[in-house]
Design a protein around this ligand. Structure first.
Ligand code: 8YV
Length: 308
């Protein structure tokens, strides 16, 4: 049996249902009774960025062999526990890199050029009463990236085409010509646009704190396409409300789908409902990767994208 944790993709759900004995966790009225009842038959869990496999779930499923995540992020999976118990883990890297990096650039342009506000201006019929006010140029702005992994590099490559000087922070310096800063505050002090593109771990939780936001400053822009908890959200809200930060483009939030309402009235902010990988093409590729990892596992073949 395969346990799907929450609704994520219709094609994936249909295919899992065709190929395996599929259980839908979110449809269970009594989750803990359900787990006790099927503990002996569930051998795989399919999770995503919303619901993965925490210690409690893993403990409840003694026959669990593999957790296959419909996401590149692994923050909802207890990896230590999986290692301990010999449970394999897979994710969906690479196939979503382009989409997430594209969206990061989209957010930069949307925030600086006020694309969403301009659209509202036209729809509200305000254009006939005067031109929209001037906005800020994107090309040539200094882009700082936290985390130079697959997605961070793809953002860098795109921003380079806009003549943006690139710098980055990561745990260790990478083999690249981009400028390295050994601290996030230093990076933020030396860029105009700061992008969060690292994995969420205990070390990177609130990696963008008040000090970092103040270093970015009143003309700086924060772009978060990582995870909500990378940013101290109450501090972000007050920095934006008080004008200590120039703007923000956010695809992720601390308590999704809750978004701080104080942000709704700010025109220097663009808010997206966690859609970084949300294209028809990429979600299909992610689903196929989950399916192929599960098929490989149950056929005793090498996994395609193993993490553990
Ligand atoms: C997905 C994501 O939003 O890959 C990730 O880490 O956050 C996303 O691609 C999500 O898991 C889709 O359900």
């Amino acid at each position: 049996g395969v346990l799907m944790m929450c609704p994520m993709n219709n094609y994936l759900e249909e295919e899992l249902n065709k190929r395996f004995n599929l259980f839908r966790y979110w449809k269970q009225p009594r989750p803990s009774e359900f787990l006790t009842q099927h503990a002996q038959s569930i051998r795989a869990v399919v999770g995503n960025a919303t619901a993965g496999a925490d210690a409690k779930l893993i403990e409840a499923l003694p026959k669990l062999e593999i957790v296959s995540s419909f996401s590149v992020g692994l923050d909802k999976i207890d990896l230590t526990k999986c290692k301990e118990k010999g449970i394999r883990v897979t994710n969906t890297p690479d196939v979503l890199t382009d989409d997430v990096a594209d969206l990061a650039i989209g957010l930069m342009l949307a925030v600086l050029r006020r694309i969403c506000e301009c659209d509202k201006y036209v729809r509200r019929g305000e254009w006939k009463f005067g031109d929209f006010k001037l906005t800020s140029k994107f090309s040539g702005k200094r882009v700082g990236i936290i985390g130079l992994g697959r997605i961070g590099l793809a953002v860098a490559k795109r921003a380079e085409a806009f003549d943006c000087p690139i710098s980055y922070y990561s745990r260790s310096q990478k083999n690249t010509n981009y400028k390295y800063y050994g601290s996030v505050v230093e990076l933020a002090s030396n860029c105009d646009i700061l992008v969060v593109a690292c994995a969420l771990t205990p070390e990177t939780t609130h990696i963008v704190n008040r000090e970092v936001m103040d270093a970015l400053g009143p003309s700086g822009v924060l772009i978060n396409i990582g995870r909500g908890p990378h940013v101290d959200e109450p501090e972000l809200v007050s920095a934006l409300v008080e004008g200590r930060l120039g703007g923000a483009g956010l695809d992720v939030f601390e308590k999704e789908p809750e978004v701080p309402e104080q942000l709704f009235g700010l025109e220097n902010v663009v808010l997206l409902p966690h859609v970084g990988s949300g294209t028809v093409e990429t979600r299909k590729d992610m689903a196929d990767l989950v399916l192929r990892n599960l098929e490989a596992h149950f056929a005793n073949k090498p996994l395609l994208t193993p993490v553990v």
